[in-house]
Design a protein around this ligand. Structure first.
Ligand code: SAH
Ligand code: SF4
Length: 334
């Protein structure tokens, strides 16, 4: 729901401010449209229905994976379509993976969103709606939304104002009341965005998609590397750690025969040895690109090499791949 528009419409109509709160509470409780906001007088619901879409992004498709992952297709008023994914963990915890743009201009070769090309920036309200929808679904599953990650479609650092506004709304007590430390922004390595995030008061987490330990390999996988090569990127990460006192999560997608040798692991460990980094090794999810994921044995050798070099690392398992809901598989589906 476009919160700024809601407040200004209600003010213009001489309505008390608590009406906005009632509308947002009803949306959070699972109302699907204005007609279901039973706390508002009927005539007010009808007037609102005529001027303001209940959802800034209307859910119009929902698929559930064998592992319980839920993926929504969401449509904006101008026809832009994005996806959001709710991932189930143990102990009733749920993570929502939200989109920040309806496409992506950066063209990483292993990513289905990249293959779509550029799409428009989402507004803060469009981002928050994805989290609200996911929180309501988590409640319906008898669980609770505990994490928001900007790992859906788009590059959050290219839409950082809206991403930070949305994060503030998700963090606010009258929003989803989620700790900023449970919100993570994942970036392709957009250096100016990392510098801006370091200055921002909201202590959200930073994850950086590195995916290679040398510039030749990284440039082949990620065209952005020509603009911000590894040395510049890691220098920005180190400044971020120094400025904020927080560590940086390094994402490393293991691709068969591309970046998964023991020599790659040693190079990676050397690159990261001076900083406060944690490595998330990611399983590749199939897209139309030319790559294959590494075998389990390769992954184990890679992880052992990192551990031997004293680097903290964990594996992020693929979820929702059977319904194309896994990292890197999100794209406009219609
Ligand atoms: N644009 C941001 C965030 C969205 S992508 C970024 O690139 O970081 C979220 C994560 O999914 C990134 O780490 C990205 O590199 C990874 N990813 C992309 N394609 C993937 C694939 N096919 N399999 C697994 N992870 C993938
Ligand atoms: Fe864009 Fe991230 Fe996909 Fe690269 S991995 S194309 S930056 S969404």
């Amino acid at each position: 729901m476009d919160r700024a528009a809601l407040h200004s419409i209600l003010a213009q109509w001489g309505q008390p401010a608590y009406r906005a709160r009632q509308a947002l509470e009803a949306q959070r409780a699972g109302a699907g449209g204005w007609a279901e906001v039973s706390t508002l007088p009927r005539d007010l619901r009808e007037r609102l229905d005529a001027v303001l879409p209940f959802w800034a992004l209307t859910p119009d498709a929902r698929v559930v994976s064998r592992d319980g992952t839920v993926k929504w297709g969401l449509r904006a008023a101008d026809g832009a379509v994005v996806e959001a994914v709710l991932i189930a963990h143990a102990e009733g915890r749920r993570t929502v993976c939200v989109s920040s743009q309806a496409g992506c201009a950066l063209g990483c070769r292993f990513c289905a969103t990249g293959a779509m090309g550029a799409g428009r920036d989402l507004t803060a309200s469009e981002i928050v709606d994805q989290a609200v929808l996911a929180a309501t679904e988590a409640d319906a599953q008898g669980a609770r939304l505990t994490n928001v990650v900007f790992m859906g479609m788009g590059e959050p650092m290219q839409n950082l104002d809206a991403v930070l506004d949305a994060s503030a709304m998700i963090n606010a007590p009258e929003g989803l009341n989620l700790s900023a430390r449970r919100i993570a922004i994942s970036t392709v390595g957009w250096v100016p965005g990392i510098a801006r995030l370091a200055e921002h008061p909201l202590p959200v987490r930073l994850a950086v998609s590195l995916h290679a330990a040398d510039d030749a390999t990284r440039s082949e996988l990620m065209p952005i590397n020509a603009r911000y090569p590894i040395a510049n990127l890691l220098a920005a990460c180190t400044r971020y750690c120094d400025q904020t006192g927080r560590r940086v999560f390094i994402e490393y997608l293991l691709l068969d025969g591309v970046n998964d040798s023991s020599a790659d692991a040693k190079r990676l460990a050397r690159l990261l040895r001076d900083g406060r980094f944690h490595v998330n090794v990611i399983e590749y999810n199939a897209t139309e690109g030319p790559y294959r994921g590494s075998s389990q044995s390769r992954r184990e050798v890679f992880l052992r090499s990192l551990a031997d070099a004293g680097l903290e690392a964990s594996v992020r398992r693929s979820r929702g791949a059977d319904v194309a809901a896994a990292c890197g598989q999100l794209a406009r589906t219609r």
